[in-house]
Design a protein around this ligand. Sequence first.
Ligand SMILES: *Cc1c(COP(=O)(O)O)cnc(C)c1O
Length: 382
Amino acid sequence: MNRYVSHLECSLEGTRYEAGPVYRLSDAGRPLLVRYRLDDIAAAVDRDEVAARDGGFYKWRELLPFADAGGVPRLGEIDTPLITLNSAPNVIVKDEGRLPTGSFKARGLALAVAMARELGLDRLCMPSNGNAGAALAAYASRAGMQSLVYCPADTPRMNIDETRLCGAEVVEVDGFIDDCGKLLAERAKQEGWFDVSTLKEPYRLEGKKSMGLELAAQWGWTLPDAIFYPTGGGTGLIGMWKAFAEMKVLGWIEGPLPKMIAVQAEGCAPMVRAFEAGEEFAQRWEHASTKAAGIRVPQAVGDFLILRAVRESGGKAIAVGEDEIERSWISLAREEGVLMCPEGAATHAAWRRMIEAGEIDRDEKVVLFNCATGLKYKLPGP
Ligand SMILES: *Cc1c(COP(=O)(O)O)cnc(C)c1O
């Protein structure tokens, strides 16, 4: 473990857990958060020196949980670019499709695999809608570990083939990702696989947190007015919010924090429903349906953390329709050469809707997260 880690903490109850042992959820069944001795980090390192290092997300090692940067699995991690739209000069796409395995799932799974290896685990499993499974397979194989992935049978074919080719055993299930999770949990228990499901172990979140650190450095140690994030399990949104809080304490960033906009699809919008109803937790969304597979998540263990971050930031949760996703997907590709994934296109559709509703101004600087390369998907026709 990184010597700057002070302890882990239950995200609901605040109970402390000593750093070191293998953990999944807290005793209360909620995600565990890694806490650092931020004063010591602030005294030891300079933000610009850290930002100038090579190694993509691994460069933030003082704020990441692993002990030994030499021992982490590497596949050519980079900082992902910011692309300003011609049609809207204050709208900037952060293109996460450039990462190894073609999605930002690399950030989380690289950390989960690195930590699992450090903790002496060697068989990792998870349910996945596609990109997470592929990232797990690649990083596990890179680290010489075994992987097992349960996918809904209608996961994009490319993801399933990619996950298998990268060394995982893949089981296709007639159901949603949470159904996959339940089936997998039984087998994992019998056969001794360690489950690295979203937020059910503490370290994927730390990898996803690096999006917030990286964005702040790219933005000159301030932040945009709003961040539009396609929200499934919500790890990225929760992770960025954690990163901003840590950087505030470190004295690394100035100015107001961005409004966090959780973007979902109308066919699967549990966070939007809970946000609008003022609920702390979200009910499962039945009969979920959207072409944006990465955000087809009917139920999320971090629901209250997503809702908390959105509310604290003064943001909102918003759902967009399939036709709006397609319209943004096509127009950004055709008019600007920016090929999004459908989840990324959903963030553009949400921005457009909020502009039309007067909920956001054209002079507000916003970042849209394009979370995966568009090339993994069945693209819309001409
Ligand atoms: C996983 C995924 C998401 C959702 O990310 P979370 O952090 O789990 O909410 C969005 N888009 C794509 C392409 C994904 O693979």
